[in-house]
Write a protein that binds this ligand. Structure first.
Ligand SMILES: [Cu+2]
Length: 147
């Protein structure tokens, strides 16, 4: 009985470790900054969850932030179309197939997250993440890799 309990505990902790490395956290601030310019997850993750935490105080219409994933090549087009789409569309063109993953736009004190399938991504590519709020990508941009 003791042995059984022990192996159950090991199984639980192994699952927790697996879940943790496939979940990434990033903060965004009122100073128009992400807390990191690089994010990566093990390629063994079938799904990756990115949790965005806006640690500022300003509202979404003034200093809103989201987390958008695409190829470097597609970023500018997504931003141009996103600006036209406006805040009511999370500053993204609806159903934009160039967007690999995206959270909603949030204001200060709020948290949001997105979970995406990694089956369409490759470990050889450096992906780009950015905030699509107008003008923010210049400051709020980083590199996402599977490794
Ligand atoms: Cu932003």
């Amino acid at each position: 009985m003791k042995k059984l309990i022990l192996s159950f505990a090991l199984l639980l902790s192994a699952n927790a470790a697996y879940a943790d490395e496939c979940t990434l956290n990033i903060d965004a601030t009122d100073m128009m900054q992400f807390s990191t310019k690089t994010l990566s997850a093990p390629k063994s993750c079938k799904k990756v969850t990115v949790k965005l935490n806006h640690v500022g105080k300003l509202p979404a219409n003034v200093m809103g932030h989201n987390w958008v994933l695409s190829t470097e090549q597609n970023m500018q087009g997504i931003i141009t179309d996103g600006n036209a789409a406006g805040l009511s569309n999370q500053y993204l063109k609806p159903n934009d197939s160039r967007v690999l993953a995206a959270t909603d736009i949030i204001g200060g004190g709020k948290t949001t997250e997105v979970t995406f399938d990694t089956s369409g991504l490759t470990a050889e590519t450096d992906y780009t993440y950015f905030c699509s709020f107008p003008g923010h990508y210049a400051m709020m941009k980083g590199t996402f890799t599977l490794k």
